[in-house]
Design a binder for this molecule. Structure first.
Ligand code: HEC
Length: 505
C-alpha cells in the first residue's frame, strides 16, 4: 500500500470523526424558540371531514328552552319531576337536601339547581347510594348542584351526546366524579370536584370534548382523558391529587385509541397525595407526585401549563410495557406517538422522585430533579425549548415545527350531533360499552374483575349473569362491591349479559 493511500485513508477517517463530532454537537446546540412568533399547529380536528357528521339533514336541533319548568322544592323528589318532564323541559331544583338517584333516559332535559344566598340544591347519597345522576339521554344539562357522599359516580353519562355539565360542587362521590362515557360533543366546565377514589373528571371513550375551568383536587386522578379523541383540557386548576392530568389508552376497552388531545393553560400543582385508588386498578399504579401522565395516547399537545411542585415528575410519557398495573392489549397500540411538548412553566418537580426514574436519569448521566420523563418507546414526538427543563428520554426528540395552538378554540361542534341510534340488536353492546366498561376491561383488573374471568364463570349461564347484575352480592374480598344495575330493564340486562359473554377483546 502506498503512503498516498494511507494518507487518503487517514483523511477519510479523520473527516469521519469530525463529522461525528459535528453531528454530535449539532444535536446539543441550544435551540431557543420564541413561541409568540412561531407557526400555529396545523393538525387537529376538522369537523368538515368528520364522517359521523355528514349527511347533515338528520341533524337535530336542541329543543329550545321554551318548554315547561318543573320546580322541585326541598322534601320533594327530583326523579319524580324528571319523570313528568318532556324533552325541552327544565327541572329546577330549589335549595335543600335530596337523598336519591336520578336517571335521565330522555333527551333535552335540563337539571338546574337554584343557588339562593349561597345555599345549593344538594344531592346527598349518605354513603349508601351509588350514583347521583345517570343520564343516557342526549342534550342533557346538569348545573349548579352540590353532590356529596355517593359510592359510585356523581354524574355519569351513558352514551348521551351533546352534554353540558357545569358549575357543580362534587365531594366524595366514590369512584368517579363527572364521568361521561361514550358521548360525543360535550362540555365539562366550572365544576369543583374533590375526594374521588379514581378520576374526578373521567372522559371515557368519547369524542369532541371540552374540559375547562374546573378546580379538581384531593383525588387519585384529577382529569383523565381515556380512549377518547379530539379533546381540549384547558384553564383547569388541578392540584393535590395523586396524578394531575392523564391522557391514556387503557388496554382491554372496546374502543382502542386516544389521540388529538390538547392540554393547555392549566395549573398542575402539588399533585403529591398518597394513592388511595382501589388496589390493582389502573390508577392505583400512578406514583404520587405525577403532574401530567401520558400513557400510550397519540398526538397529545402540552402547552403553556404551569406545572410545579409535583414530586415524582412534571410530565411522564410512557408506553404500556413500562407502566405498572397494565395488561397488554394486543389490539391497542401501546406506544405514545407524536407527543408535542410546547412551552410550559415547570419548576420544583421531581424533588422526591421514585427509584425507577433515578435509575433512568443515571443512564443518561443526568443530574437534578426531573421535569419531563419519557419511558419506553415514543415515535415522532417533538419538543421546543428543552433547555428549560430537566429531562430524561427526550434528547433525541426533534424540534416541533409549530409553537402554539392559538388557532384552535374548541373541538366542540357547531351543531349538536344526532343521538346515537341503538337498534334492538345493539342494546346489549351499547349497555356494555356505556356502563360495564366503566369498571371492567377485557384483559385486566379495573374496578371490577376482567371480563375474561367473568366469561369463564358464566359462559353457560347468561341468565345467572343477568340476575347477578340486578342484585350483586359481594364475592371477592379484595374488590369493592359492584353497584346494582337494576335500573336497566330485564331485557337490557339479558342483552348485556349475552354481549359480555361473547365479546372478544
Ligand atoms: C362501578 C363499577 C362497576 C360497574 C359499572 C359494573 N361492574 Fe361488574 N363488578 C364490579 C366489581 C367491583 C365486581 C366484583 C364484585 C365482587 O367480587 O364482590 C364486579 C363483578 C361483576 C361480575 C362477577 C360476578 C361473579 O359472580 O363473580 C359480573 C358478571 C359483572 N360484574 C357484570 C357486570 C356487567 C354486565 C356490568 C354492566 C351492566 C357491570 N358489571 C358493571 C364493578 C362494576
Amino acid at each position: 500500500m502506498s503512503t498516498g493511500k494511507i494518507i487518503v485513508g487517514l483523511l477519510i477517517a479523520i473527516s469521519f470523526v469530525i463529522g461525528l463530532s459535528l453531528g454530535y454537537s449539532n444535536a446539543n446546540t441550544l435551540v431557543v424558540t420564541q413561541a409568540r412568533e412561531g407557526t400555529g399547529y396545523s393538525g387537529g380536528y376538522d369537523q368538515r371531514s368528520d364522517e359521523k357528521l355528514n349527511g347533515g339533514d338528520d341533524r337535530q336541533q336542541v329543543a329550545d328552552r321554551s318548554g315547561r319548568t318543573h320546580v322541585v322544592e326541598n322534601g320533594e323528589s327530583i326523579m319524580d319531576a324528571v319523570n313528568r318532564a318532556e324533552p325541552g323541559d327544565t327541572v329546577q331544583v330549589m335549595p335543600g337536601t335530596y337523598y336519591e338517584t336520578v336517571y335521565i333516559d330522555k333527551d333535552d332535559i335540563h337539571i338546574s339547581g337554584v343557588i339562593r344566598k349561597g345555599q345549593r340544591a344538594t344531592m346527598d347519597g349518605r354513603d349508601e347510594l351509588n350514583d347521583a345522576i345517570l343520564y343516557s339521554g342526549n342534550n342533557v344539562v346538569v348545573e349548579n348542584l352540590k353532590i356529596v357522599r355517593y359510592k359510585g359516580n356523581a354524574i355519569m353519562g351513558q352514551a348521551g351526546n351533546n352534554f353540558e355539565i357545569r358549575n357543580n360542587i362534587i365531594v366524595d362521590t366514590g369512584v368517579y366524579g363527572v364521568f361521561p362515557q361514550l358521548g360525543k360533543n360535550g362540555i365539562v366546565e366550572h365544576n369543583v370536584i374533590s375526594g374521588i377514589a379514581d378520576a374526578a373528571i373521567y372522559v371515557g371513550m368519547s369524542d369532541n370534548i371540552h374540559v375547562a375551568h374546573n378546580n379538581v383536587f384531593d383525588s387519585v386522578a384529577g382529569i383523565e382523558i381515556e380512549n377518547s379523541r379530539h379533546a381540549i383540557v384547558e384553564n383547569n386548576f388541578v392540584h393535590n391529587n395523586t396524578g394531575g392530568i392523564l391522557a391514556f389508552v387503557t388496554p382491554g376497552l372496546p374502543i382502542k385509541t386516544t389521540y388529538d388531545v390538547i392540554v393547555r393553560n392549566n395549573f398542575v400543582v402539588d399533585n403529591n397525595t398518597p394513592n388511595f385508588g382501589a388496589p390493582g386498578s389502573t390508577v392505583a399504579g400512578i406514583p404520587a407526585g405525577t403532574g401530567i401522565l401520558i400513557m400510550a395516547a397519540d398526538e397529545v399537545i402540552v402547552e403553556r401549563n404551569i406545572i410545579t411542585g409535583n414530586k415524582t415528575a412534571g410530565i411522564i410519557i410512557t408506553d404500556h410495557e413500562n407502566a405498572p398495573n397494565v395488561t397488554i392489549d394486543p389490539e391497542a397500540d401501546s406506544k405514545p406517538d407524536r407527543i408535542m411538548l410546547l412551552d410550559n412553566l415547570m419548576a420544583n418537580n421531581g424533588y422526591d422522585t421514585i427509584q425507577d426514574l433515578k435509575a433512568l436519569m443515571l443512564t443518561e448521566l443526568k443530574q437534578g430533579e426531573p421535569d419531563i420523563v419519557r419511558v419506553g418507546i415514543s415515535r415522532d414526538s417533538c419538543i421546543i425549548n428543552r433547555h428549560r427543563y430537566v429531562t430524561v428520554g427526550v434528547d433525541e426528540w426533534q424540534e416541533c415545527d409549530f409553537t402554539h395552538t392559538r388557532d384552535i378554540d374548541t373541538y366542540l361542534l357547531d351543531e349538536p350531533v344526532p343521538p346515537r341510534e341503538i337498534p334492538a340488536s345493539e342494546k346489549g353492546k351499547v349497555a356494555y360499552l356505556s356502563i360495564c366498561t366503566g369498571c371492567h376491561t377485557y384483559t385486566g383488573r379495573m374496578i371490577g374483575p376482567p371480563v375474561q374471568i367473568i366469561q369463564a364463570l358464566y359462559m353457560e349461564d347468561p341468565e345467572g349473569l343477568a340476575d347477578y347484575i340486578a342484585n350483586p352480592v359481594k364475592k371477592r374480598d379484595d374488590y369493592p362491591e359492584m353497584p346494582p344495575q337494576d335500573y336497566l330493564d330485564a331485557e337490557t340486562r339479558m342483552a348485556v349479559a349475552r354481549y359480555m359473554l361473547e365479546v372478544e377483546n
